[in-house]
Design a binder for this molecule. Structure first.
Ligand SMILES: Nc1nc2c(c(=O)[nH]1)N[C@H]1C(S)=C(S)[C@@H](COP(=O)(O)OP(=O)(O)OC[C@H]3O[C@@H](n4cnc5c(=O)[nH]c(N)nc54)[C@H](O)[C@@H]3O)O[C@H]1N2
Ligand SMILES: Nc1nc2c(c(=O)[nH]1)N[C@H]1C(S)=C(S)[C@@H](COP(=O)(O)OP(=O)(O)OC[C@H]3O[C@@H](n4cnc5c(=O)[nH]c(N)nc54)[C@H](O)[C@@H]3O)O[C@H]1N2
Ligand SMILES: [Mo]
Length: 763
């Protein structure tokens, strides 16, 4: 049964973010879903010492200026969504067949409440029915044991998983014998990791929060912090008030970067707010390599004219490849840069001037740079730009990929990856007396291909919504359905539960907000934020989902069923002990993963630990040459033929990835619908369309026509030839093979489409 449609209203986009309205929205969500005491209680414990890590995003909490209940509307929505008292158990699944659930929207599925008991879909059945935990673990062990090779199993992780659960999960996969550990990072910042590892010898950001107190210029590229990292706006506001200049590089003039009303301050309720961005460069979708080349060219030209712009000493002693980089820029003409970036030369020079006048510059970026065919080139172009003025490994300067999921960076640190380092595998072998497999495993896109081809037959997901987050849902869903067994370890119902393998299990997990108590007492877990700081996270709310188990307990349960529980085995990998006392897992993390010395002790004493970072701490580059590397990237192709548009798929203000909280996006003036296409007013006219017209989006990449019907035209301030729509509604338009070179990340933000008017279709 399809959901009742909302009434759609389109208005002017907002010109300031947060403010009093955000406070109202927060309370509405917290109180509405979790109930008064529970909701407010949860909000007071977000990112506080003794509280839990906010599941909303990976921006660090500002401990220097931390206020009680650091306020964040969208963090509150994430908390309230998890802390809801509504639960669904076997009776729900008795009432709703898979056929029924298949017609429901993602939003409806999520609104049913927290998953409360393990259920199984048996072969041929149209519904999930109850199953005991031990039977569920035995079933998984049986299916894994029946595979011809361990490489027929896939172990997916979404980035909310704690360090402790992630460490056990990668151990489970490798003890079983595979590196098939795809994760949400494959869909997200993989391009940043690949680009930075090659260029500077580390895939992690090189700044800490304190650097934002010292930066003179902050460039925000391809990121919408007002909706996706709202706490970052307070950091930016403080920097801006100190006199730091902020440059935004984005096809859209996002509300959060226009003006910000700090809800922590009384003036935030009444004033028009602080203008945040000093300069906005409305770059074409995928025009960033061109724009960044322009910025670098302007720096080199200014140095040639006046001297003193380039950090010659840094370039000569710490980098290589500068000559080839400069020669390429000499050959690149300004008109080509302007055509490919869509930004006027004068505006690019103005941004370059801000960087020249700044002693130290930080560049932040997110999905606007990482989800394109040349995403690795985008990120390396940022590194090039930073290196020209020595903006790496010194205070107030550096590269800041702003991570998505709250522990996606920690999961990688724990070894969740399809291409583990030899050092990590050797450390596991030493610690657990095992032989970890050395062949690389499958990343997310390759895992879908392998399942589609029948080469991978068991799919286990530790969180996430694999079926809806990946490209080409038609193909991905068929691939998942081909599996002998799919297992979803989840907090809330989503599309991936509807796309069942021959046998399918749903195992309900505790979330970040839930109290986690074992026979050894109350447990806590740890998470690593975007800046390499690892902190404890303690759930505080009595779990609403009575029969849910912690992710640690679930992974250990599978392992115990799979590997047996003999004394001999338990002496090497004491899974039961791990599940009882998470401190014992941390002791093993300390011995396997570099940077975690005296992990438990320091957590207890200092509350958090900062992981070492060679670039940030010592200006050292762990590349083959020991130097950071300039790289040369071609200009992206300029304009598409008439009638073709380059589409980016973005998040609204009211969703967390595939979880849609409401169909509105108030900062962009959209209410009651998500099936909209943001498009330049001149393009609307040229296409003979008008605001509100309904169109079908047609993509042709991959040599196959794919369509998404029923999108309304919204004339919007966006560069000509570029359009935007919401994720995941338009994932159907993206073929599986449309990925970033080098990182295999789906190019979700570079989709060539054309429009067919619905009037034309019905004729
Ligand atoms: N409330 C909330 N918080 C979240 C999430 C959420 O869904 N909801 N998701 C979390 C996750 S997993 C992630 S990865 C992050 C995502 O955080 P963001 O990366 O901010 O998310 P997107 O909406 O994908 O936004 C991409 C931004 O890049 C711009 N952009 C698109 N294409 C280009 C381009 O070619 N060049 C440039 N310069 N800009 C471009 C878009 O206009 C948009 O402003 O947020 C995390 N936090
Ligand atoms: N078109 C398009 N597609 C995209 C993107 C885009 O910008 N455009 N962005 C991509 C990005 S950046 C990402 S990160 C991926 C996201 O991909 P995923 O991480 O796979 O998807 P989510 O929507 O974050 O997963 C939500 C589900 O996670 C489960 N969950 C939530 N919290 C917990 C928990 O604590 N434990 C457990 N076990 N389960 C939990 C709930 O069941 C919830 O329904 O999507 C990608 N897909
Ligand atoms: Mo992400």
């Amino acid at each position: 049964m399809p959901d009742k449609p909302d009434t759609a209203r389109i208005r002017q986009p907002h010109d300031s973010a947060a403010g009093a309205r955000a406070v109202v929205e927060t309370l509405r969500h917290a109180v509405g879903k979790a109930g008064l005491g529970r909701g407010i209680g949860a909000l007071l414990r977000v990112n506080q010492p003794g509280g839990f890590d906010c599941p909303g995003c990976a921006w660090p909490e500002d401990s220097a200026h931390r206020k009680r209940a650091e306020f964040c509307e969208n963090g509150a929505k994430a908390v309230a969504d998890e802390a809801t008292r509504k639960t669904i158990g076997a009776d729900f699944f008795a009432r709703h067949t898979l056929t029924d659930l298949a017609d429901r929207s993602g939003r409806w599925l999520n609104e049913q409440g927290r998953l409360a008991e393990p259920v199984v879909r048996r072969p041929g059945s149209d519904r999930y029915e109850p199953i005991g935990w031990d039977d569920a673990f035995a079933l998984i062990a049986r299916e894994l044991g029946a595979l011809e090779s361990p490489d027929e199993a896939v172990f997916y992780t979404s980035g909310r998983t704690s360090n402790e659960a992630a460490f056990l999960y990668q151990l489970l996969a490798r003890q079983f014998g595979t590196n098939n550990l795809p994760d949400s990072s494959n869909l997200c910042h993989e391009s940043s990791g690949v680009a930075m590892t090659a260029a500077i010898g580390s895939g992690k950001g090189t700044v800490s929060l304190a650097d934002f107190d010292r930066a003179d210029a902050i460039f925000i590229c391809g990121q919408n912090p007002g909706s996706n990292h709202p706490r970052m706006l307070a950091t930016l506001q403080a920097a801006h008030r100190r006199g730091a200049k902020i440059v935004s590089i984005n096809p859209l003039r996002e509300t959060g970067l226009r003006r910000y009303r700090n809800p922590q301050e009384v003036s935030g309720y009444v004033s028009a707010g602080t203008p945040l961005a000093d300069l906005h460069l409305p770059v074409n979708v995928n025009g960033d390599v061109a724009l960044l080349k322009g910025l670098s060219k302007a720096l080199i030209e200014a140095d040639a004219a006046d001297g003193g712009v380039l950090d010659r000493e840094f370039i000569e002693t710490r980098t290589r490849g500068f000559g080839a980089f400069r020669d390429d820029l000499d050959r690149t003409e300004w008109p080509d840069i302007v055509a490919a970036s869509g930004v006027a030369e004068a505006a690019i020079r103005q941004a370059a001037r801000i960087a020249i006048e700044a002693d130290s510059t930080i560049c932040c970026w997110a999905m606007g740079l990482t989800q394109h065919p040349n995403a690795v080139g985008n990120v390396q172009s940022i590194v090039n730009f930073l290196m020209l003025r020595g903006n790496l490994g010194r205070p107030g300067a550096g590269a800041c990929p702003v991570r998505g999921h709250s522990n996606v960076q920690g999961d990688r640190t724990m070894g969740i990856t399809d291409h583990p380092s030899a050092e990590h595998l050797e450390a596991l072998d030493r610690e657990f007396g095992m032989r970890a497999p050395t062949a690389p495993g499958l990343n997310a896109v390759d895992a879908i291909r392998a399942m589609g081809a029948g080469k991978a037959r068991v799919f286990i997901a530790l969180g996430g919504n694999f079926a809806a987050a990946t490209p080409d849902p038609g193909f991905t869903e068929a691939a998942l359905r081909r599996c002998r067994l799919t297992v979803q370890v989840s907090t809330k119902l989503n599309r991936s539960h509807v796309v069942a393998g021959e046998t399918a299990l749903i195992l309900p997990a505790l979330g970040r907000t839930d109290l986690d108590t074992t026979s050894a007492g109350e447990q806590f877990v740890t998470c690593e934020n975007s800046m390499g700081v690892v902190s404890a996270s303690r759930g505080r709310l009595p779990p609403a989902a009575q029969d849910a188990r912690s992710e640690v307990a679930i992974v250990a349960g599978i392992a115990t069923a799979l590997f047996g529980d003999t004394r001999d085995h338990a002496a090497r990998v004491p899974w039961r002990d791990f599940a009882e006392d998470y401190g014992r897992i941390r002791n093993r993390i300390e011995r396997v993963v570099p940077g975690f010395d005296r992990f438990n002790e320091r957590l207890e004493r200092e509350g958090s630990i900062t992981l070492p970072h060679a670039v940030r701490d010592r200006r050292e580059f762990a590349t083959a040459s020991g130097r950071a590397t300039f790289s040369v990237h071609p200009l992206p192709p300029a304009a598409l033929p008439a009638g073709r548009y380059l589409m980016m798929t973005i998040r609204s203000h009211d969703q967390f990835n595939t979880t849609v909280y409401s169909n509105s996006d108030r900062y962009r003036g959209i209410f009651g619908t998500r099936r909209v296409l943001f498009i330049n007013p001149d393009d609307v006219r040229a296409a003979g369309l008008a605001a509100g017209d309904e169109v079908t989006l047609v993509s042709e990449s991959g040599g196959e026509e794919r369509t998404a019907p029923g999108f309304r035209i919204v004339p919007y301030e966006i560069p000509a030839g570029c359009v935007a729509s919401y994720y995941p509604e338009t994932n159907a338009l993206i073929p599986l093979g449309h990925v970033a070179a080098g990182s295999n990340t789906p190019a979700y933000k570079s989709v060539v489409i054309r429009l067919v008017s619905s009037a034309a279709v019905s004729r």
